[in-house]
Design a protein around this ligand. Structure first.
Ligand SMILES: [Zn+2]
Length: 194
């Protein structure tokens, strides 16, 4: 290991910088410049300079395009919700709250289209129109808001962000889909009893 860099000792009377061998530290000598006596100080180690990049955390985010696939598979609100967490990680709280509003809006669309299917007099009808409405709502979100995050990520220098694990979204989405399915079953059963 290399020794820590040390500041050179200086004469307290004239400021002449002096280099001293370790056996002279703490002893009294005569300054070669001003001839005044001085005690050779023990050198102070220079504090190491920490590189700035190492102390700045790199945000972890999910691929914005793949977030949209989660919306298609598990529920419309999941894509914008993941985008809101991405924006938060990137330090963009304004965009994060906008994405949360989109998530709420798409959750509303999901509730309405599911309600529409469940209230059809004949089971299974209305599925086609429900699918088309969901797809249309997803496209509106992608064009109006989702694409903004894709562009933001593409414009970023590699190394200023890292890929976030998909484990959370996968298990979260499966849980969300299970709760949704249970809610639909309960609603459907209740409607049949009426
Ligand atoms: Zn001196």
């Amino acid at each position: 290991m290399a020794p820590a860099p040390r500041r050179p000792a200086g004469c307290p009377s004239c400021g002449q910088s002096l280099s001293a061998t370790p056996e002279l530290y703490g002893t009294t000598i005569e300054c070669p410049a001003c001839q005044k006596t001085l005690t050779v100080p023990h050198p102070q180690p220079v504090p190491p300079q920490l590189p700035l990049a190492a102390s700045t955390p790199v945000p972890a985010i999910w691929n914005p395009s793949v977030c949209g696939v989660f919306s298609l598979l598990f529920g419309l609100a999941i894509g914008p919700w993941l985008h809101s967490l991405n924006w938060k990680a990137l330090g963009r709280t304004d965009e994060a709250s906008k994405a949360r509003f989109w998530a709420l809006g798409l959750l509303g669309v999901d509730i309405l289209r599911t309600g529409y299917v469940l209230t059809q007099p004949k089971a299974g009808t209305g599925l086609g129109i429900s699918f088309v409405i969901g797809l249309a709502a997803l496209l509106v979100w992608i064009v109006a808001a989702g694409r903004k995050q894709e562009r933001e990520i593409k414009g970023r220098v590699p190394g200023t962000f890292r890929k976030r694990s998909w484990m959370g979204p996968i298990f979260g989405s499966l849980g969300y889909a299970c709760v949704w399915f249970l809610a639909c079953s309960v609603t459907s059963t209740s409607l049949q009893r009426l």
